[in-house]
Design a protein around this ligand. Structure first.
Ligand code: FMN
Length: 374
């Protein structure tokens, strides 16, 4: 029996347990620069085997929400450096999630009010977050323009540059490409958002091309052992859909197999929603088998709706890592609580996106709560 609390190696990452803090956007980085509160927030959670930061933009064009951080300016990297130093001092391991939102953006967030970019000029029927006078508001995304073929190498370069800076300058232990939840790489993958007729549209091979090029570039920049990738085969998040996700995702993981990645991170079902959706269940065991039989050696990370019992079951059925998202918001000492079977605190949803310390760094660990009560 494998335990959630046993150490595991994921590529070049030596993790003290199998519990991962999933990426959580918190919209508390004005001008895309994390504040000192982020240092406290991540250090408080450093008992996780691995922390994956909130999604972090690789370029200004990759920005899609108010006050989310970036990796493309010196002051952003310097601020992240203080976060990674604090996490390391607390004995933790931390990677950053590399983000290009594609069409899930708003002209207000783009340079010179430009239109967001996408594989095809199809508006996502979804919302983004703008903050005016400190008040967050959900607004419709702006109509995107289709990326020209000659712009794609520049986007791959942005991934490469951001990954290298994240490791070399900001001090991260590695990076996770955000290939999930209806953002740029997922938009290219899936038929609902990709109607291109060039080498990046049409067949599965063509739709997977940008994601694989970006991953290869990042692997070249920092070494495969420091690279993970997040995929969400069937989530409808951000108006994303594919007519036939099983062969698409199996192709993707087979192509990733030779890259020597640290891990593959799979969101099972609808992100933050049901684990099973639609009338044709996705076969996650077949997906993992496709990766392993193609020689993939990265750790297999699962996410979505896990609790202790489901996580125990997953590691006993061969998952190497389990990522917890919402539970990490209000339980900085989640590892301790899971190990001891202690009750979990529930977070305040009104402080998920935007604001300050409230609902961010003020959730106590169990011992702190007990001390305060006595
Ligand atoms: C407030 C919030 C912010 C999130 N931000 C991100 C993000 O930046 N990147 C990402 O890939 N997923 C993001 N997610 C999805 C979570 O990582 C996770 O997949 C989801 O919450 C399901 O896991 P859970 O059931 O353990 O919460 C976010 C979820 C929440 C609730």
């Amino acid at each position: 029996m494998t335990s959630l609390f046993e150490p595991v190696t994921a590529g070049a990452l030596h993790l003290k347990n199998r519990i991962v803090m999933a990426p959580l956007t918190r919209n508390r980085s004005p001008n895309a620069v994390p504040t000192p509160l982020a240092i406290t927030y991540y250090a408080q959670r450093a008992t996780a085997g691995l922390l994956v930061t909130e999604a972090t933009a690789i370029s200004h064009q990759g920005q899609g929400y108010a006050d989310v951080p970036g990796l493309y300016a010196p002051e952003q990297l310097a601020a992240w450096r203080r976060v990674t130093e604090a996490v390391h001092a607390a004995g933790g391991c931390i990677v950053t999630q590399l983000w290009h939102v594609g069409r899930v953006s708003h002209t207000e967030l783009q340079l010179d009010g430009a239109a967001p970019v996408a594989p095809s000029a199809i508006t996502a029927k979804t919302k983004t977050v703008l903050i005016h006078d400190g008040v967050p508001a959900f607004v419709d995304t702006s109509p995107p323009r289709a990326l020209r073929l000659d712009e794609l190498p520049g986007i791959v370069d942005d991934y490469r540059r951001a990954a290298k800076a994240a490791v070399d300058v900001a001090g991260f232990d590695g990076v996770e490409l955000h290939g999930a939840n209806g953002y740029l790489l997922d938009q290219f993958l899936k038929t609902g958002s990709n109607h291109r007729t060039d080498a990046y549209g049409g067949s599965i091979e063509n739709r997977a091309r940008l994601l694989l090029e970006a991953t290869r570039a990042v692997v070249e920049a920092v070494g495969g052992g420091r690279v993970g990738i997040r995929l969400s085969p069937v989530t409808p998040a951000n108006d994303i859909v594919d007519v036939d996700p099983q062969p698409l995702l199996e192709y993707v993981v087979r192509a990733l197999a030779p890259m020597g990645l640290a891990y593959v991170h799979i969101i099972e079902g609808a992100t933050g929603g049901p684990r099973e959706i639609g009338d044709r269940p996705f076969d996650y065991a077949a997906l993992k088998q496709a990766y392993r039989s193609a020689g993939g050696t990265g750790a297999w990370m699962v996410n979505n709706g896990y609790d202790r019992a489901l996580a125990d079951q997953a590691v006993n059925h061969g998952a190497d890592l389990v990522a917890f998202g919402r539970p990490y918001i209000a339980n900085p000492d989640l590892v301790h609580r899971l190990r001891e079977g202690l009750p979990l605190a529930t977070g305040d949803k009104t402080t998920w996106y935007g604001g300050g310390a409230k609902g961010y760094t003020d959730y106590p660990a169990v011992e702190e709560a007990a001390a305060a009560a006595s």
